[in-house]
Design a protein around this ligand. Sequence first.
Ligand code: SF4
Length: 361
Amino acid sequence: MSTMEENLVDTKMHDHIARVGREVLLGRSVSREDMLPLFHLENSSDILDLLSWANRIREKFKGNKIHLCSIVNAKAGGCSENCSFCAQSSFYQTGSPRYGFIDPEPVQDASEEARKNGVTAVGLVAAWKGLNEGPMLDEVCDRIREMKEGGKTRPDASLGIIKKQAVADRLKEAGLECYGHNLETSRRFFPATCTTHSYDDRIETIDYLKKAGISICSGGIIGMGESREDRCDLAFELRSIGANVVPINILNPIPGTPFAGNAPLPVLEILKTIACFRFILPRQEIMIAGGRTVNLRDAQSMIFMAGASALMVGNYLTTLNQPVEKDLQMIKDLGLDPNWENHGFVDQENRHPETHAVAGV
Ligand code: SF4
């Protein structure tokens, strides 16, 4: 191919990105056919072009507000499920801590710490298959109620699979507004990540929560060995289930798990994926969660140019993050606003409160 022809091909992709970007800015939904070539971009100029459009889309729909969330590991380790990325599964020897459901004090301390840092929501995250009616549900509801009454941050939760409408209704009554439940990946790739429960178990849980009037925080993990098509399909699946908040985790391979030897994704691949999600999910909070520091290193601040509008701060469930002060400085240095007095998500265009988030890993 001559240089002139190569330039023509580049121009075609530039035009395609601009056409799809304009469609999104005009409030139209993009198609899988439009988006798949963008997930496949290889050339760094094209990827930076894509990021620049994703940044405009974030600005139009989310303004300059960056929403902060954090999590508390409310019950750690010994999980009955075999998710291949997870340090807390009882199937793998990982050295991850194990303890039962936590008392009120550590939850209150986490809420206080979060409030000091301008964090909107603290998610109670439990390493177990799911939540049924019974004494444990009572205890969970107590913690949620205490957090709500404490008034320091909004209580979120990520408590696994729900099999009954009554459980979702009880959580709502206790004051829960948002539940984190990731789809993790595409329907096609899911069985390669977990065989102890199904994709449909996850979708069904989300249906119960939505019927209870609880907002949905649902996203996934990239870097597990899935294809670019799988990432694209995940984003469209999240659009179709009506996720309000979409956490994107980047695999941090944990020694002892089946994915321990996975090669890390290149930084531009990660940023491109975030940008593609912003095109498909323009009004949702796109939150960068687990694996950010280890995978993006000095490029962390570029997540906002790629379209991210929310950040998981503080330590993750089983791995460490960079200090919150550093995250806050990074956000302010970019002219973005991490102080979110409204304590709710706002769609910049429609000015309606949305929801908030927790990450599922
Ligand atoms: S991701 Fe959740 S359900 Fe899966 S093993 Fe880990 S704690 Fe258990």
